[in-house]
Design a protein around this ligand. Structure first.
Ligand code: MD6
Ligand code: FE
Length: 208
């Protein structure tokens, strides 16, 4: 039995989507991914200010950010190597929860330490905005905030725990959202603590 809670139109929370063994298996897959595609520190466009998260990607395309801007590219910005393949468990989650007939092309991997945050943003660097973005959380609980499609409106917050999935689509595809804080010590999954968030995206418009 899985629970499906519609937080706002188009924002669906699936608490406990991955059980503990599935979380451990996914974590092992991710260790192999970051061995091949090491974590890097993204930087803000123009200013070059570093993000508080470290990140990597898997799938055909990866999202990167630096002084030149935000973009998707087929290779790691530091090693120049193609991104590793997306683990099967991620493709399976997309098939089950993505409600979209084309496969995801990018999975962003964000690693939060106890002090990292993600300021309110829209995910709008994809050409195909008909597909949802699907997020999976591992490790410490995060306080997630989501608002409307314009900055400064009303927001609601919810806690994302290890194993939770959250999908963002339809009227919420361009909603502002972010991570206010990580609640340290809430999970034993990651030996050093912290949180991993994965977001699966379709980037290109599918062929007609
Ligand atoms: C995070 N999540 O949970 C940040 N984006 O760490 C996101 O930025 C996000 O959860 C698009 C759709 C779902 C998300
Ligand atoms: Fe996002």
């Amino acid at each position: 039995m899985t629970t499906r809670i519609e937080i706002a139109p188009g924002v669906v929370h699936h608490p406990g989507w991955l059980d503990r063994p599935a979380q451990e298996a996914l974590l092992a897959d991710l260790r192999a991914v970051v061995k091949a595609a090491p974590l890097f520190v993204p930087r803000m466009p123009r200013t070059g200010k570093p993000f508080s998260v470290r990140m990597s990607n898997c799938g055909a395309l990866g999202w990167v950010s630096d002084e030149k801007g935000y973009r998707y590219q087929p290779a790691h910005p530091e090693t120049g190597e193609p991104w590793p393949a997306m683990p099967d468990a991620l493709l399976a989650a997309w098939q089950a929860l993505g409600s979209y007939p084309h496969p995801p092309e990018a999975c962003l991997i964000n690693l939060y330490d106890a002090t990292a945050k993600m300021s309110l943003h829209q995910d709008r660097d994809e050409d195909d905005l008909n597909a949802p973005v699907l997020s999976l959380s591992l490790g410490d609980t995060a306080v997630f905030r989501v608002g409307g499609t314009s900055r400064g409106g009303r927001t609601v917050s919810l806690k994302l725990q290890s194993g939770d999935a959250l999908s963002f689509g339809g009227p919420a595809r361009l909603a502002f959202h972010g991570i206010d804080r990580i609640i340290a010590g809430t999970s034993t999954l990651l030996p050093q603590g912290g949180r991993i968030n994965l977001t699966l995206r379709r980037v290109t418009r599918p062929p007609p």
